[in-house]
Design a protein around this ligand. Sequence first.
Ligand SMILES: [Mn+2]
Length: 315
Amino acid sequence: MNLTMKETAAKLKAAEKILVTAHIHPDGDAIGSTLSMWLALRQLGKSAQIYLDDVIPTNLLFLPHVDAIKRPTADEKFDADLLVVLDTSTDRIGKVAAMTDAPILNIDHHVTNSNKDDNDLYLEHDAAATCEIMLALCHELGVEVTKEIATCIYTGIVTDTGFFNYSCTTSKTFHAAAELVDLGVEPNYISEQIEKRTLADVKVMSAALQTMQLYFDGKVAGMFIDAEIEKMADTTEGLVDLIRVINTVEIAFILRYQDEKTCRASLRSKGMDVSKIAKSLGGGGHIRAAGCTLHTNFDDAKNILLKTLGEYFKA
Ligand SMILES: [Mn+2]
């Protein structure tokens, strides 16, 4: 069922033991929204715990209380009366899904969230980030937005908007950001932390650029993080933007090896709807930024992706 903001706040207030999670391959918005939700719930006197079935990218380890995030071990259970799933539909939370049978409260901004299982869902697809929703939700809950909460929320907003560059950025986003700065957020500090890269990652950037190929008269650019490059990579976040800027390119993608039978594709566009392409391959996302997981080997994944893109350019 689709909830209003008021109903969403009421669900949170009615719960006592809350498990908070977000999508695997967490980004700034996933981590910023879980941490701000956790801090808000604790302020309300709730017992809450964050579980994320993945590692935290090193450039997000600066976030306050990031070490409160736990990773589930095999078969681990958690006694909860509510499972809060942030920044994703409920099918991308890994092992956390099996940790509890508690009812789900899903809060998201992805237009492709189809709520197949009919959970309680607050979906605001024109919000730039789940963290933008989190700010309004804190107000609805009567939570004081401390500097710590504001820092988490600001981080999610700037990472999902590419520092206010992407088309999801609205005047509401800037109003939220201004409010957060008034609450003590330090934009220069946060951008410095987020843009930090390890030497290994800069080397991955260089190796990834060497793999770039253009397709369909230069309208599509692809980068390929195969098993060998993947071994060196901490994060591939932002890599696709390096080739999206090419003047002929309408869609840029990056294909990343995960294991012998799994690859992850991230798609970015300058206006074409890549969420449709991602959705047709079992993924989802936004009009200009989407992704999917392909359950096959690297070469097949590359062929499937290019075939789908080819059909899209024919249509
Ligand atoms: Mn997001």
